[in-house]
Design a protein around this ligand. Structure first.
Ligand code: ADP
Ligand code: MG
Length: 212
């Protein structure tokens, strides 16, 4: 068996067999380097360029941790734009196909507020959203992160470039301190180093140059 086979990981069998169905045969380098730490519950900072497979790295981590019977928000993924949030939600739903009744909800700016409140009242396991809108739902009391065990910052460098620093701080302040935090970024500027030192606990650093 290849050393980068997904089956070398301690993933739930349903997730593993679905990866085969999806045609994912081997882990990409960033998945191979980050997933063992992610599955072990560690905080991870992963740097890798576009197309390196970062979504499945955190997506498999959050789905493996998830308790479907507990209908509470257990994971939150923050993305810089609605387009990216929609793509991430789509990939998570695909990765989750073998697990029944998983509810993934997107909360993005530029979308009407009312329907999102209705969806939050119905509940979800996983939220994927943009920082401004997620912060607004938190501040207005429509969203609680009391049961959150995994927080993901996807494309963290872009979120900071777009001025989401304050929203990110407010969101991390509202999440339980003992949560796991994963940070994905294409670059690693000083601003990322600084936010990581504030919101992460002894992060493992993973850096991959190539995509394959
Ligand atoms: P990134 O977020 O790093 O830019 P994505 O997570 O969007 O990259 O992944 C890029 C593409 O690679 C997607 O089309 C995804 O479905 C595919 N992909 C990810 N992991 C694997 C894998 N292990 N095997 C095959 N394809 C993969
Ligand atoms: Mg990505």
């Amino acid at each position: 068996m290849s050393k980068n086979a997904f089956s070398n990981l301690s993933l739930k069998p349903d997730l593993l067999s679905n990866l085969t169905t999806m045609g994912y045969e081997e882990m990409t380098p960033i998945q191979a380097q980050s997933l063992p730490h992610i599955l072990a519950g560690k905080d991870v900072i992963a740097q890798g360029k576009t197309g390196s497979g970062k979504t499945a790295a955190f997506g498999l981590g959050l789905l493996d941790h998830l308790n479907v019977k507990r209908f509470r928000i257990q994971s939150l993924v923050l993305c810089p734009t609605r387009e990216l949030a929609d793509q991430v939600a789509k990939e998570i739903r695909k990765l989750a196909r073998a697990i029944h009744n998983i509810k993934v909800l997107t909360l993005c700016g530029g979308m009407p507020f009312g329907p999102q409140i209705g969806s939050l009242e119905h509940g979800a396991h996983i939220i994927v959203g943009t920082p401004g809108r997620v912060e607004e739902h938190l501040r207005k009391g429509f969203l609680s992160l009391d049961d959150l065990n995994l927080l993901v910052l996807d494309e963290a460098d872009r979120m900071l470039e777009m001025g989401f620093q304050d929203a990110l701080d407010a969101i991390t302040d509202a999440a339980p301190v003992d949560r796991q935090t994963l940070l994905f970024s294409a670059t690693y500027p000083k601003q990322i180093e600084s936010i990581a030192s504030r919101i992460m606990h002894k992060p493992v650093m993973v850096k991959v140059e190539s995509t394959h």
